[in-house]
Design a protein around this ligand. Structure first.
Ligand code: PGA
Length: 255
């Protein structure tokens, strides 16, 4: 059955890797996915390796994403990086609102919205992360939490902007734990997200890519990708090995 949307697999390298290590990993990913035609692939190195990795991957099929950005273009914001600076080093995408940023660095929904809109304004594709904690899931609040984060993140976007967004559903309890959401759990939330966006923009919702993130591995990606509303993966730990990330891309795009 043909897919409704072209899959996207993004490797989130988090805080890992020297420039040399990042370049080696990037080259191995590029070589490993050279025969993949049915999916988009990107990697998200640390800020310090972005420029080198983007140069290495230039003109090839593997895109480069940043792991975060600020919402203003310039000024007295010590330590921040502007979306236009990410474009300047060769990024095409940026992850915003990752749960590690929300939980460890106090990032609020309003900031996620500002970052996503600033990214769009600079021509980047924001990969907006949303997802519930284990306590929220256990309390039956999963869909309410996801709805609140989704609505806040997409607030005040135009139809054109919405059409360029990627959503990543990442249940917090599945990130880095080795415990992935079951395909049925992922599908329930992905379908909910698509339905929610459809209220506002049905055509956009039909094309919206919704990635699943949280312990995606070569041996579980097929089942996740078999769900109709799962359009790819945001892969953390398993993207630090080119071998496993390439297998995820191949298995996932063949599912
Ligand atoms: P994980 O991380 O694959 O290591 O669970 C996913 C993410 O944080 O994006």
């Amino acid at each position: 059955m043909a897919r409704a949307r072209r899959p996207l697999f993004c490797g989130n390298w988090k805080l890992n890797g020297s420039i040399a290590e990042s370049l080696a990993l990037a080259s191995d990913v590029r070589n490993g996915v050279s025969t993949v035609r049915d999916a988009d692939v990107s990697v998200a190195p640390s800020f310090t390796a972005l420029y080198a990795v983007a140069k290495r991957l230039e003109d090839g099929p593997v895109g480069v994403a940043a792991q975060d950005c600020f919402w203003d273009e310039k000024g007295a914001f010590t330590g921040e990086v502007a979306p236009s600076q990410l474009v300047d080093v060769g990024c095409k995408q940026v992850i915003v609102g990752h749960s590690e940023r929300r939980q460890l660095f106090g990032e609020l929904d309003a900031a996620v919205n500002l970052k996503a809109r600033a990214a769009l304004g600079a021509g980047l594709v924001p990969i907006i992360c949303i997802g519930e904690t284990l306590a929220e899931r256990d309390a039956g609040e999963t869909l309410g939490r996801v709805q609140a984060q989704l609505d806040a993140a997409l607030a005040e976007m135009s139809g054109d902007e919405l059409a360029r967004v990627v959503i990543a559903y990442e249940p917090v309890w599945a990130i880095g734990t080795g415990r992935n959401a079951t395909p049925a759990q992922a599908q329930e939330v992905h379908h909910f997200i698509r339905t929610r966006v459809a209220i506002r923009a049905p055509e956009v919702a039909a094309k919206l890519r919704i990635l699943y993130g949280g312990s995606v591995k070569p041996d579980n990606v097929r089942a996740l990708m078999a769900e109709p509303d799962v359009d790819g993966g945001l892969v953390g730990g398993a993207s630090l090995s080119a071998e496993s990330f390439v297998r995820i891309v191949k298995e996932g795009s063949a599912a």
